[in-house]
Design a protein around this ligand. Structure first.
Ligand code: FHN
Length: 575
């Protein structure tokens, strides 16, 4: 027994895991294959729909109690209004399934403390509303019927419970006495025990609200062990503990948690051996807002899915149902488009692993014996795929009617094939390159497109820096003077190029962007374009260099607060 305890102690001190790597791999297997899940933010805040006392709020309006500084006594009346009579578990699960999502994570309790299930340890739950039916019970039953995995989001931070260690400043509630965090944790464990014993297999527990002072590493490690003891097969995100590095979401050091949780962003590169999931909204809010119509396009959502999968991550895409229990039409339409794309290309997403290329003009995923090249911008005609030394046996285009074989040639390390005139889906198409044996790829320098233009962007650039990173389709967070971007390119003989910079800059920011390549160096004044998403193109200078391989470096010569969002640097052959 002592030996076992000693062994357990050793594992306990390893990076916050309580099992062997083999056991963890077994436990994580379904999640690593799933790649795509639905996040559902739903609760009393849906009834408010982003407005309080006639004032409209922006951002994540599941925070409206906080934004509008609503005391508990004035928020609780929502209990009597929340009556989601149009909630239909079968419809919700079917929407997720038809979208190609493999798991659902729903807010069992968000920061406002309201419980979506029939909790015996709280009267602040769905049974206190006119609806009086256990939402999570209905959802769990339907998920089992449809073979959909179900996980629970659970907020550690609780703006309602009097014992949560930090009351809202505008709602001190002295009459409730001094908060007792130990009592609160006992209450939270009581609710988690209900969730983890009464609703069948819980695929994952998605903690949140861990960032405030009352929560600490010791409590996080204890809570992780508590959850694992109740459901040893579940997996727990890194927000159970204090190891999350802000919105970048990856776990620092020996903290509990099975996967990282980047939020509203996609890491610039995947991290081999690290499990992570980017959670993102479709518009600007997690909870339902009647007036946030800033919907991302289906194309953007599909490209996000591909980008994330190409880096070995999962995409947890959010819907915020209405107070009546309906998933907004705009969300349903986009999920339908994603499902249609995945019907054709799902095998290039599910059960795949990250791209073998550190950089490429294309997004790649892979599975045993197959490389998937995601050609998201469709230019019919010849396409070159550099860096592939393994002998390719065949190339097929994935289409709605099955695989379409393509002719191809292969020299030392470049495969060339011809893209047909039209793309098989609304967002490009996927080439399946099949091979036998082990994969052998090289990291080649960036080459030009068929028109001779070099497009340098986040898909093929490397960041040397602390804050600068990919944000959607550009480099963002350029707030550190020392951060820079590097591209390795291969130039042909005798061509002169115009250097064209595409950037966006919010008023009050900007400076001077320096671009250097070999002995050439040029400065571009970065001025406001009106917003971080309003892009403009400016000619920075020109280069004419002998044939060869070069390193082009973009850096900040001068900077006010932030330099810019850099979408691309293009080398355009002078005509
Ligand atoms: O404060 C929450 C927010 O409301 C939302 O739930 C997101 C989803 O990941 N998490 C927190 C912000 O990081």
């Amino acid at each position: 027994m002592l030996a076992t305890l000693a062994a357990a102690a050793v594992i306990l001190n390893s990076p916050a895991t309580f099992e062997t790597p083999e056991a963890k791999n077994k436990r994580m297997a379904w999640w690593r294959e799933a790649r795509f899940g639905m996040f559902i933010h739903w609760g009393l805040y849906a009834q408010a729909a982003g407005t309080w006392d006639g004032k409209k709020y922006g951002g994540g309006v599941e925070w409206i109690m906080n934004f509008a500084k609503v005391p508990v006594k004035d928020y609780e009346p929502l209990l009597k209004q929340f009556n989601p009579v149009k909630f239909d578990a079968k419809e919700w699960v079917s929407i997720a399934k038809n979208a190609g999502m493999k798991y659902i994570v729903i807010t069992s309790k968000h920061h406002d403390g309201f419980a979506l299930w029939d909790s015996k340890v709280s009267d602040y739950d769905i049974m206190a509303t006119p609806y009086k039916k256990d939402i999570l019970k209905a959802l769990a039953e339907e998920c089992r019927k449809q073979g959909m995995k179900l996980g629970f989001y659970h907020s550690i931070m609780d703006w309602h419970h009097p014992d949560y260690g930090l009351r809202r400043p505008w709602d001190p509630r002295p009459e409730a006495g001094k908060p007792d965090m130990d009592k609160y944790v006992a209450y939270m464990k009581g609710q988690l025990k209900e969730l983890l014993t009464n609703y069948g297999d819980v695929a994952t527990v998605w903690f949140d609200g861990e960032w405030e002072e009352p929560w600490n590493h010791e409590r996080g490690m204890d809570l992780y062990k508590y959850v694992m003891a109740l459901q040893p097969k579940t997996i727990v995100n890194n927000r159970v503990d204090k190891g999350r590095s802000g919105m970048a979401g990856m776990t620092q050091g020996d903290h509990a948690g099975d996967y990282g949780t980047p939020e509203q962003e996609i890491p610039g590169k995947g991290i081999p051996g690290v499990d992570w999931e980017s959670c993102m909204t479709m518009n600007g809010t997690w909870g339902y807002s009647a007036h946030d119509l800033n919907w991302k396009s289906s194309e953007t959502l599909i490209k996000n899915l591909v980008d994330i999968a190409s880096k070995g991550g999962n995409y947890l895409l959010n819907v915020g149902p209405t107070g009546e229990g309906l998933i907004p039409d705009a969300s349903v339409e986009r999920l339908r488009d994603m499902g249609a794309w995945l019907k054709v290309n799902g095998r290039a997403i599910y059960k795949t692993t990250a791209s073998p290329f550190a950089r490429s003009a294309y997004k790649w995923t892979q599975s045993k014996g197959v490389l998937y090249c995601h050609v998201l911008v469709w230019n019919p005609g010849s396409i070159q795929l550099p860096g592939i030394r393994t002998r390719i046996e065949s190339i097929s285009l994935l289409t709605p009617t099955g695989e379409k074989k393509l002719e191809f040639t292969q020299n030392a390390d470049t495969v060339t094939t011809l893209l047909p005139s039209s793309a098989p889906t609304q967002v490009g198409g996927v080439l399946a390159l099949k091979y036998k044996g082990t994969l052998d790829v090289t990291q080649t320098a960036i080459r030009s497109g068929s028109d001779g233009t070099y497009t340098l962007n986040p898909s093929n650039g490397d960041v040397n820096g602390s804050n600068l990173r990919q944000e959607e389709s550009w480099f963002g967070f350029w707030t550190n003077n020392n951060d820079k971007i590097v591209w390795d390119i291969e130039l042909p003989a005798g061509v002169s190029y115009d250097v064209v910079v595409e950037y966006a800059c919010e008023p009050g920011n900007g400076g001077v962007l320096n671009i250097s390549i070999d002995s050439a160096s040029m400065n571009t004044k970065i001025e406001s374009t009106g917003s971080w998403r309003t892009f403009t193109k400016v000619k920075s200078g020109m280069i004419a260099l002998p044939k060869g391989k070069y390193r082009l470096i973009a850096s900040a010569k001068e900077m006010n607060q932030a330099l810019c969002n850099l979408k691309s640097i293009r080398l355009v052959p002078q005509r």
